[in-house]
Write a protein of this length. Sequence first.
Lengths: 351, 351, 351, 351
Amino acid sequence: MSGNSFGERFRITTFGESHGEAVGVIIDGVTPGLTIDEAYIQIQMDRRKPGQSSVTSPRKEYDHVHIVSGIYEGKATGTPMTIVLYNKDMRPEAYDDIKHSFRPGHADFTYLQKYGLRDHRGSGRASGRETAARVAAGAVARKLLEQSGISVVAYTKEIGGIASTSFNEQEIERNPVRAADPIAAPKMIEKIEHLASIGDSCGGVVECIIRGVDPGIGEPVFDKLDAELAKAMISIGAVKGIEFGAGFEAARMQGSEHNDPMNADGFLSNHAGGIIGGISTGADIVFRVAVKPTSSISKPQQTIRENGEEQVIVTRGRHDPCICPRIVPVIEAMACLVVADQIKRQAALHA
Amino acid sequence: MSGNSFGERFRITTFGESHGEAVGVIIDGVTPGLTIDEAYIQIQMDRRKPGQSSVTSPRKEYDHVHIVSGIYEGKATGTPMTIVLYNKDMRPEAYDDIKHSFRPGHADFTYLQKYGLRDHRGSGRASGRETAARVAAGAVARKLLEQSGISVVAYTKEIGGIASTSFNEQEIERNPVRAADPIAAPKMIEKIEHLASIGDSCGGVVECIIRGVDPGIGEPVFDKLDAELAKAMISIGAVKGIEFGAGFEAARMQGSEHNDPMNADGFLSNHAGGIIGGISTGADIVFRVAVKPTSSISKPQQTIRENGEEQVIVTRGRHDPCICPRIVPVIEAMACLVVADQIKRQAALHA
Amino acid sequence: MSGNSFGERFRITTFGESHGEAVGVIIDGVTPGLTIDEAYIQIQMDRRKPGQSSVTSPRKEYDHVHIVSGIYEGKATGTPMTIVLYNKDMRPEAYDDIKHSFRPGHADFTYLQKYGLRDHRGSGRASGRETAARVAAGAVARKLLEQSGISVVAYTKEIGGIASTSFNEQEIERNPVRAADPIAAPKMIEKIEHLASIGDSCGGVVECIIRGVDPGIGEPVFDKLDAELAKAMISIGAVKGIEFGAGFEAARMQGSEHNDPMNADGFLSNHAGGIIGGISTGADIVFRVAVKPTSSISKPQQTIRENGEEQVIVTRGRHDPCICPRIVPVIEAMACLVVADQIKRQAALHA
Amino acid sequence: MSGNSFGERFRITTFGESHGEAVGVIIDGVTPGLTIDEAYIQIQMDRRKPGQSSVTSPRKEYDHVHIVSGIYEGKATGTPMTIVLYNKDMRPEAYDDIKHSFRPGHADFTYLQKYGLRDHRGSGRASGRETAARVAAGAVARKLLEQSGISVVAYTKEIGGIASTSFNEQEIERNPVRAADPIAAPKMIEKIEHLASIGDSCGGVVECIIRGVDPGIGEPVFDKLDAELAKAMISIGAVKGIEFGAGFEAARMQGSEHNDPMNADGFLSNHAGGIIGGISTGADIVFRVAVKPTSSISKPQQTIRENGEEQVIVTRGRHDPCICPRIVPVIEAMACLVVADQIKRQAALHA
């Protein structure tokens, strides 16, 4: 297995389990000379951490960014940059009673099937905690992209069936669900709080917009820009679907509607979501992901133990009733990583 | 760029353009001793070829499978297996008038931006013809999977807004749209024929079901089974979205609904689509892809020429008004490739 | 197995067996716009072909270069470039009597052990014929390097114990052994002819010099320039050793002798062979490889059959009594491939 | 750059600089269930550490093995195993006077050329300290190999021109130069001590023997077992050459001498060094590497500063006058990594 690396020229390798000592990442391919420090990365970690509001887990995972290698006198040296995030506020004993049980919706059963053994504490490597390393790495990619005028922003478009009807980018960081619609946001919050109160959870839809990518980025025919973004997003635990531009709606459109015409100023529409033939068009890159409801709920559920015995399980712990607000920075991070990697690949092609 | 390879242990590298001499593929990692011949592969090529019915392109691309290497006395030797599909019935002159224009929906603009030059004839490398090589390679993977009792079947679930309401697997190859619903199929055909008659096109939704995969297959955290399937599918030109199991509907469900409970006989539902934590559960793997309407339409469209001059363009040629029927075997092929690769990776992990 | 690809950004994947239809290569990552044609590549193929003189195999493998994809109007499109070299003058029946025997020095035994079956005809994939594809790909890399003022030249330094004592680059292509020493060359020829006459063979040493590589090329810590060159060279069937700069002599030097001092004009010596810390210094890159004596000899040798039965074997066929003259272009080709790839990787690092 | 990873299925990614916080490694692909602990790894670290005797650097780099992830209840989980070795006894100020100078033999000049900036302290990433991470990872691979009855042993064959004339494996760990010849060992020590006393250094030759590898391991045509070993060894800073079996001597042999005959008991000689056609024969795998004299010497040397100004430099610090004794475990580690990876690749091929 070398499934713990992502990217080719801006390549990350992550490690760590929920209840081990730390999670972290090695980034290989950071442009030498890039100015970056822990404070810059910390901003993104803080957007992902739990305990930010009433709608997220009350756990105290303050992820202090610690750079171990690859930086000298404030600049990237071009050698591997390692970032470690020590695990804090762990309560492994909270998982004792599910040590030999498979929690519905969790990877308990599949990890045991794959590996033959598993670290059951807080889902081990399958924990959402693993995404902390992605966010740290993504921040480094983001710094690189900023220098080329590229920005990446994601936001909650829908939660528990409550859809946004307006888009105001300024709103996103102003409400705890990271919605861009100030009318929908409180309804989403209410929905989450209600579900939390009855021990249930919900999912949602997150949209991501990447601006400023020059036309020409992407690697046909298999490593297309959208194909890599799809892999990146679906590799996030809770994501069950992705669509670009018009997406599944495109399936119901006619060619004459869906095709984006051009005039001298550029594209007149963006049903393609900024990518045609797997290559950026120069328009905004737009995609949406489907986020499933959090698997950890306190409602009783039917399951089995490792020995096959049936049981009713109640997942205790301090979980997010809806992961959308905290998945937003993870999605942005993965998008940054994909774009940074593809830009480097384009440079190699033309060298 | 090495974006023309896919897979790690069952690895394909494809080549060829629409109007070059041939398209083809090298497969590296075929299990030595596998019995395979051209006739077996030809079955899949014939499912993909144009000219099968009134709803597909009338082009005559009979793709004769030609194995160049890697087979000795009817068995795979374990060395690279090369399959070539010579291009036939090419009419490059049909593209002369669009040599310097960007057809809406096509990769003309983006290829020029990426590479600085392009082979405009029939979209060159960006042509759907490139998928012929995928289907050939997929057939080899399929042969391997058959030996493990794994089957892969895809079908058209929706076309032009007409959704299936029943599923009968036996129907799929009996109608030209490859629908599993014998009531919906004629309506889909009618829709396509109507749009073709007015020079327009439509898209649809294709569902794929993979049966017989043992639990435990998939490579967290980045090369998860669903992540690789997503990359594989989105790398197909016309695909704009993918969802697993409940997919985007999961975004509207509660955890108590979405979580798949288990009893001693296994999972009681399959909202996860057969994959949890990026690893197969043993249940059917189910995903759907959104297929955009064919870009080539004969309705006049607004675009520009390479020199920036605006023009109205009419895409001539012999195109599919809806690519769903012919994308079905491509989707199956890519699914076979992903699963074969992941099974080999699992074997390596435990060696 | 995906051991049939080499390089990351200028990446080749080869295929084909000695007595199959063809050998060939897909090159992924050719710089778009590169002007290249079959005639340019043919020059290198002609340097490698057998039958050039009395010291090489009399086989008639005229390798006609056939470009199948990746070129449009004389320029590389940046999409996969495929080159096919059809096999000619095959005499598979010549191998009938060794179908179930292991020829000493050949990979017959090991291929059977690895794959469980083998194509015995002319060594199948293990044949030196496989290097034809490398030479074709190397020619494309060479064209790219020429544009940056980089040249790659190899020559026979020693054959059958007869060492060169002078170096005149102009001599190399003037004698059939490709020696740079006009005094040693005829002695080498005589040695080879003598050994051929008694059914034996010999090896030699080939040196390669790469000029014009800017300082700064190479990818620590594992993909160092010398590490990649070493892998490339040792992957050639007959090569049993490689040394850089002072090489094994360095093991007998003192630091004060071996270290290359610098002054304002650059390095004052080049014991390092142009690479320090895995990165080019700007000085000539110099390495030597040990070439083993050709395994195919007509002297009787002791071996066993697949069933374990002992036998005395005589390897018939039309073999090179010394492969050095023909390995020279293969070594150059691999060197070109490594350098082209590393230059592209450097471009990606700084993007 | 992703040159900091090695291997495909047993894949390591290393990080860290000489005078940063730590060096370390992520190992991806450890067989789940493997029993391993820090003490086992520590044994190899202790063989590599400086300060073991009068012939090595007096630095106190006690490398305490610290496993951060991938182990649960004493067994590998199959998820990334991370090992960190904190840097101790650093004296960065010792390097202040060479901050802007290029030390002869060191990668100071080339790192600056490649990256545009450099961490000059103790050579930064180019330090031999980087190999500590390799040794830690190699110990994990060794544990895996032990279970298959594979052993890997290296020893000093020659130092400063003093060659061994006998081989007694039991002697290796009994003398500080790790020679297998108890007569030569004291002479080697004397030689090193003499050179150290005059501020100079020397190199040597190290041989490695891998026993117990089944026939059939190795991945033609580029990732051959010997090709991967060559890359692995040449990627070690001080190594300037490698030869397999008869090696450069093969260049002076005739085919009838060099070919290894077989009888019913196996091979009657092992000039091939246990690898033919890039695949293990089942015989011992034998190779030798050329180790250059340590670059850091206290004799005055001519060099330049970053600004081009000429100067005479004296490299201070606590350096090894001969690195052979300490490179032995590094070579073994890299050999273990290569073999473990190739065994896993073979398993994937046949899955």
